[in-house]
Design a protein. Structure first.
Length: 477
């Protein structure tokens, strides 16, 4: 038995030698596997560095190549974040968490060779990281010295921010109202609209001074000094608002104590489209009128996008103004896209040839006309010189609130043109848009008007307004 084993042993060794010779050589097979080595460019003690730092490393392997690396930062201020991360890069920019302004952290890197072997002794380097706080200054805010500069439960502020040793664009700001410091809002950029719900006090909106606080926090977690502003906030009513003429208000039967009147010529609480939408959303319904003012509505010109946002969230709006739609040579806050999206119309009527076409229609005192209301089966007398009306290419006659008869406008319109609409919104809200100043319809008809207006004479404007308000949903108990 022993003799047989001795014969087989040389044979086995011969086979092993033969296989090795046919491959890479016996020496390669018998030699132990090599391990990679890793180096960080900075070795030994270093000065304190910024919390945003770029680090470099590389690896070597005597008998292979480096397939990648694993790196990590051991920061006592972020102890939970100690996992290795794989990369094929040989550098990275680290933003180190330094909320106290200083931390000592260890950066480690280990190379991995083509056989998957890791450096058993990773390269290590200790760093002292520093961080300076960012600086924030509120620049756009209500003026506490101007008693007319008030808002409802909404405010938009703007600010400047700088970071002496970091990226100011990466700064995030905490914003809160007095009494809500434990639940701040997070604001990015340099503008922010405080949500209305943040103004609640004991579950209710109250009138009184409020203070907004803001604190910047940089990408290293370092908080800067707090800046603040104080102004007067007005309490909205919980049910309705109406800003039309006193006689129309009285006829609706609305309780006068449920009304809030805002004169935009004396007070401007809006500083963004979101601010406008959010403030309008505090009320069940909003009636906004400008009368015979021919100037472009400044608030709508700046923040008109807020109207669409309000309507998309179920808002009910009565808007009366001249020069509301812009098209060709006519200016206004809303474009044709707004008309198509919210007013169920294909556009507005124009006169004149492009590029001199205009959407601005008017009425004349020398030729009074009657604006008819197919919806209310009523009418309003127009006998003053007024320009700035808009005619809508409406898709539904049932939504035409006021129409100018053919040849009833100064520009001799050849067909009937709707100048006011009542359009339900997909959100469940409603928009009544009136481009004829209803106050103009309060004038009385005179005997000479019979040349243009047949008996019976139209109703006074306040009566027609009452019907419009009722269609918006405003009524007394």
């Amino acid at each position: 038995m022993a003799r047989t084993f001795r014969r087989l042993l040389p044979l086995a060794l011969g086979l092993l030698a033969l296989w090795g010779a046919a491959g890479c050589g016996a020496r390669k097979v018998l030699e132990p596997l090599s391990t990679p080595h890793t180096y960080i460019f900075i070795q030994g003690p270093v000065d304190t560095v910024n919390h945003i730092v770029k680090l470099h490393w590389y690896g070597t392997d005597a008998h292979g190549y480096i397939a990648g690396y694993e790196v990590r930062l051991l920061n006592p201020l972020a102890a939970a974040d100690s996992a290795w991360r794989f990369t094929v890069a040989t550098d990275t920019t680290l933003t180190v968490l330094t909320p106290t302004g200083f931390t000592e952290a260890v950066f480690e890197a280990r190379a991995i060779n083509d056989r998957g072997v890791r450096d058993p002794d990773p390269a290590r380097q200790t760093f002292d990281f520093s961080n300076q706080p960012p600086v924030l200054r509120i620049v756009g805010k209500p003026n506490p010295l101007d008693h007319s500069d008030t808002t409802f439960a909404s405010v938009t502020v703007t600010w400047t921010v700088s970071d002496p040793d970091g990226n100011a664009d990466a700064v995030v700001s905490r914003a809160w109202l007095d009494g809500r410091q434990d639940s701040p809002q997070l604001a990015h950029g340099t503008s922010f609209t405080m949500p209305s719900a943040e103004f609640l006090q004991g579950g209710a909106y109250l009138s009184g001074p409020r203070t907004l606080y803001m604190q910047p926090i940089d990408d290293g977690g370092m908080a800067g000094a707090i800046d603040s502003c104080t102004w007067y906030v007005r309490q909205p009513v919980p049910t309705r608002v109406d800003t039309l003429y006193s006689n129309a208000i009285a006829r609706t039967g609305i309780d006068p104590t449920t009304v809030r009147l805002l004169h935009l010529s004396a007070s401007q609480p809006f500083r963004s489209a979101a601010d406008l939408a959010q403030t309008l959303g505090l009320f069940e319904s909003v009636v906004w009128y400008r009368g015979e003012l021919a100037s472009l509505p400044a608030t709508l010109m700046s923040y008109g996008d807020g109207v669409g946002q309000y309507l998309e969230h179920g808002g009910r709006l009565f808007l009366e103004s001249l020069n509301l739609i812009r098209a060709w040579r006519s200016s206004g806050p809303f474009d044709v896209d707004f008309v198509q999206r919210y007013l169920n119309s294909d556009g507005v009527f124009l006169f004149g040839q492009p590029p001199d076409s205009s959407a601005t229609w008017g009425v004349s005192s020398t030729r009074p006309t009657v604006l008819l209301s197919p919806v209310l089966t009523d009418s309003v007398l127009a006998k003053r010189n007024i320009a700035g009306l808009r005619g809508f290419i409406s898709r539904a006659r049932s939504q035409m609130l006021l129409t100018a008869p053919a040849f009833g406008l100064t520009q001799q319109n050849p067909i009937e043109i709707p100048v006011a609409l009542d359009v339900p919104q997909q959100s469940g809200g409603s928009m009544i848009i009136v481009t004829f100043p209803m106050v103009t319809g309060t004038v009385d008809a005179s005997p000479s008007d019979t040349k243009y207006v047949t008996s019976p004479f139209p109703q006074r404007s306040s009566v027609v307004l009452l019907g419009m308000l009722q269609r918006l949903g405003l009524s007394g108990p």
